[in-house]
Design a protein around this ligand. Structure first.
Ligand code: NAD
Ligand code: MG
Length: 384
């Protein structure tokens, strides 16, 4: 058995990771979440980790009392997350927290020589260059958990990276709950409408990102870093059924795809067992149950988020971090009924007009993140 740390263990990805960890050959030695002491207590009793972290100090104090009868060390804050990510006994860190808060723990894990299974896409969007740089120095693996990136990673197996004769990769997008709607119809959609994803049950932030299509924009940037590809070699196609998880096209126009029922436990498990495969609790794909798979071009007029992400990559430097920061603040405001749905992407677009310096170190990413969050909060106040 190898030792696994899960950051974000109470979330959608975290809970599914706990379901497959043992089958994948892992003992869970560390768990972390934001503030739910009751849920983390249950997980601690079930999995008996050596260390647990709640980001929120008061929730961590509550947790300490709850698990006083157990041999678990309870830490808190960003420091606690980073200490857990670098735990000497850990072999693999699964980062499944949501948002920029995941960046320092990812870097801490890499610097400590841990392999990282990454679900936390926001941090690759914001700090991709610095994460890939740290990775190259540390000689550890970064394994994609996002289903599209796992699909591409799987399709690239057997192809030496330097000579992979790769023409392009094609990310599939479900189109989300608002596929086919007009720009005018989008103006009146509600929070409840946006939270109703057709194919996946996920955390609220990524569900809203899927409704705006910003999720696919973030994934385009994520793919740029994970696979070291220029954005021109990354395409997006809408595939409503989410059975084909993404595709790779080679120089001879052969196209490889990875298919399966939409269930994150497959990509999570593959990140943990790579390069091996082990049996999974996930349902088998029976193509005859589906009869028809459908594909459409992206509607970039109604859903400009993917093009905005492309634009931020072209601007380079801190602009993808700015796109992410404004998006995180805007999604949170939408979830609290402070702004209409269409304001999310409008705010991101306006944020990219701000002027940002060229980054010299990862600290500049954190500074730009803070600056653009403040900018977004002001912009939201001015909307009222
Ligand atoms: P979620 O909201 O269900 O869970 C987030 C987890 O992170 C929770 O355990 C929460 O307690 C923890 N967390 C949040 N803030 C924290 C903080 N400050 N400190 C410590 N822990 C904190 O989200 P999710 O849907 O599981 O998504 C997690 C990440 O995985 C996101 O980056 C998302 O984009 C990515 N992802 C998710 C899916 C999916 O199917 N859910 C698919 C692909 C990628
Ligand atoms: Mg995805």
């Amino acid at each position: 058995m190898k030792n696994l740390v899960i950051l974000g263990s109470t979330g959608s990805i975290g809970v599914q990771a706990l379901e497959v960890a043992e089958q994948a050959g892992y003992r869970v030695i560390g768990l972390a979440a934001a503030r739910r002491a009751d849920v983390l207590e249950q997980q601690i009793r079930q999995y008996q980790p050596a260390v647990a972290v709640l980001y929120d100090e008061r929730a961590a104090a509550d947790l300490r009392v709850r698990v006083a009868d157990m041999p678990v060390r309870v830490l808190s804050g960003l420091e606690g997350l980073c200490e857990l990510a670098a735990l000497p006994q850990a072999d693999m860190v699964l980062n499944a927290v949501v948002g920029m808060v995941g960046l320092r723990p990812t870097l801490a894990a890499i610097h400590a020589g841990k392999d990282v299974a990454l679900a936390n896409k926001e941090t690759l969007v914001a700090g991709g260059a610095f994460v890939m740089d740290a990775l190259a120095r540390a000689k550890v693996k970064l394994l994609p958990v996002d289903s599209e990136h796992s699909a591409i990673f799987q399709c690239l197996q057997g192809c030496p990276p330097k000579d992979r004769a790769l023409k392009r990769i094609i990310l599939t997008a479900s189109g989300g709950p608002f596929f086919g709607k007009s720009a005018q119809e989008l103006q009146t959609v509600t929070r409840a409408d946006a939270l109703r994803h057709p194919n996946w049950s996920m955390g609220q932030k990524i569900t809203i990102d899927s409704a705006t299509m910003m999720n696919k924009g973030l994934e385009l940037i994520e793919a740029r870093w994970l696979f070291d590809l220029p954005p021109e070699q990354i395409d997006v196609v809408v595939h409503r059924e989410s059975i084909i998880h993404s595709l790779v096209e080679y120089d001879d126009n052969a196209v490889l795809a990875q298919l399966g029922v939409p269930d994150m436990r497959v990509p999570i498990q593959y990140a943990l067992t790579y390069p091996d495969r082990v049996p999974s609790p996930v349902k088998q794909l029976r193509l005859e149950d589906w009869a028809k798979l459908t594909f459409y071009p992206m509607d970039n007029e109604v859903f400009p988020a993917v093009e905005l992400a492309r634009h931020s990559l072209a601007m380079g430097g801190l602009y993808p971090a700015a796109l992410n920061a404004v998006n995180e603040v805007a999604v949170d405001a939408f979830l609290h009924d402070k702004i209409p749905f269409t304001a999310i992407v409008s705010l991101v677009s306006a944020g990219l007009q701000e002027s940002l310096p060229a980054p010299r170190s990862v600290e500049d990413v954190f500074a730009a993140d803070a600056q653009m969050r403040a900018w977004a909060r002001d912009a939201i106040d001015n909307l009222k």
